[in-house]
Design a protein around this ligand. Sequence first.
Ligand code: HEC
Length: 143
Amino acid sequence: MTKFIFFLVTILSLLSSSIFASENIKKRQDAMQTVRNSMKILGPMAMGKKDFDSSLAKNTLKDFLIAIKPYKTYFPKVPSEEQKTDASLDIWSNKEDFNKLINNFVSTVELASKNKWENTEQFKSDFMEIGSSCKSCHRKYRR
Ligand code: HEC
């Protein structure tokens, strides 16, 4: 009986830890989807392809910021082979560098979200700054 209970507990804890890990993968992918959708709204405005709407830009940046603020916490464990993730294993061997990139990313978006743009040029400069963060992180840490 004791053996059986021990067996059960082991199975359950293995199961919950893998569900927990997958949940984090889902959270970080969802966050990046919000990021992508935000960029799709901000981009055409920054490039003059859509009329600049300051309040739409503000609201979009607000959602963007909410999505990425907890991003750092979505990488608790190295993923197992069978988990579907594009996160590079280098994240776990360079956690400090990776976290620094996230901090910079968050503060860039935060600064932009507080900006009061007087014209599209000023907004474009914020947009370009945010856009350059994507590549610098993906190049290193996305498979
Ligand atoms: C600090 C690092 C970092 C920054 C900055 C970053 N990303 Fe990512 N991104 C990642 C990682 C890591 C993944 C893979 C996550 C996974 O699959 O577990 C990813 C995945 C994605 C995905 C795929 C999500 C999915 O559904 O699988 C998209 C889209 C994306 N990023 C867009 C962007 C855009 C656009 C920017 C810039 C505005 C950006 N990212 C900035 C690290 C970053």
